[in-house]
Design a protein around this ligand. Structure first.
Ligand SMILES: [Fe+2]
Length: 274
């Protein structure tokens, strides 16, 4: 088993492992460490069934269910992300998954099931590299701030659809707005990273509205600079496992109106961001 670093500031492909088989402790620890180190890792040509997807994910923590998406029959923890002519993707924004939760996920494991060729890449951005490049004065200021993340803010377009508020009523009740530090520290690597995203972060708490808007729009532009990014080109049976504590991502929806189907498992974290 080995990790081959991608030609960018983050990401590595893991080779020499078969995810249809149970993993040894050594393999689990190699994958956990690679995830923390490279922030997103990839496995190629892994023909795994939903049950094996589930077993693989369980090595890294307990599994979440998503309040808004459909799931694979018999596997409530496997979210289906499927788009075609009648159902275009609604996620266009850079984001970190489910930061509207008090304890946002540790990471997600996404597999390509139906993948049109040469389109529909996912872009990943390193929030730790983006943090490192900030001026010291700004790091200091951001270190004292916290921000509000909200399901309602992130799903405002779905909520505005006819019947949307009714359909998502329970999700709104279960997911009131939460506060996270603007800068968080990774529990394994100790690296600091920027922890705001355009999809779910509505405002910063400790400053006025105008300054909050100014800082957030600066950070939203900063974190998507090319130097912090990598592009992953999907094929069927490719898997991406990202560390939700230190990266953000964005789908490239250029495959639409072709049919694409992905399945995702999201793994719980045990610690609040700090
Ligand atoms: Fe996502």
């Amino acid at each position: 088993m080995r990790a081959i670093k991608e030609n960018s500031c983050l990401g590595a492909s893991i080779e020499g492992i078969d995810l249809t088989k149970p993993l040894s402790d050594k393999e689990v620890s190699f994958i956990s460490n690679s995830l923390a180190e490279y922030e997103v890792i990839f496995f190629k040509n892994q023909r795994i069934e939903p049950s094996e997807h589930r077993e693989f994910a369980l090595n890294f923590g307990s599994l979440q269910t998503h309040p808004a998406y459909p799931t694979v029959d018999g596997y409530p923890e496997i979210t289906i992300l499927e788009n075609d002519r009648d159902n275009p993707s609604k996620i266009e924004e850079w984001h970190t998954d489910m930061t509207f939760r008090e304890i946002p996920p540790l990471g997600s494991i996404l597999i390509g099931r139906i993948v049109p060729p040469k389109v529909g890449a996912t872009l990943f951005g390193s929030l730790s590299k983006a943090y490192e490049s900030l001026p010291e004065k700004m790091k200091l200021k951001l270190g004292s701030l916290s921000a509000v993340h909200s399901f309602e803010y992130g799903f405002k377009e779905s909520l505005a659809e006819p019947g949307g508020r009714e359909r998502l009523k329970q999700a709104l009740i279960d997911n009131p707005p939460v506060t996270h530090p603007v800068i968080r520290t990774h529990p394994i690597t100790g690296r600091k990273s920027i922890f705001v995203n355009k999809l779910f972060t509505s405002h910063i708490n400790e400053i006025n509205e105008e300054e909050s808007k100014e800082i957030l729009s600066f950070l939203f532009e900063h974190i998507k600079k090319d130097e912090f990014l990598m592009k992953f080109e999907w094929e069927k049976d490719f898997i991406a496992f990202w560390d939700n504590r230190s990266i953000l991502h964005k789908p490239d929806n250029d495959y639409w109106p072709q049919h694409r189907k992905m399945e995702r498992i999201t793994i719980d974290d045990t610690l609040r961001p700090s």
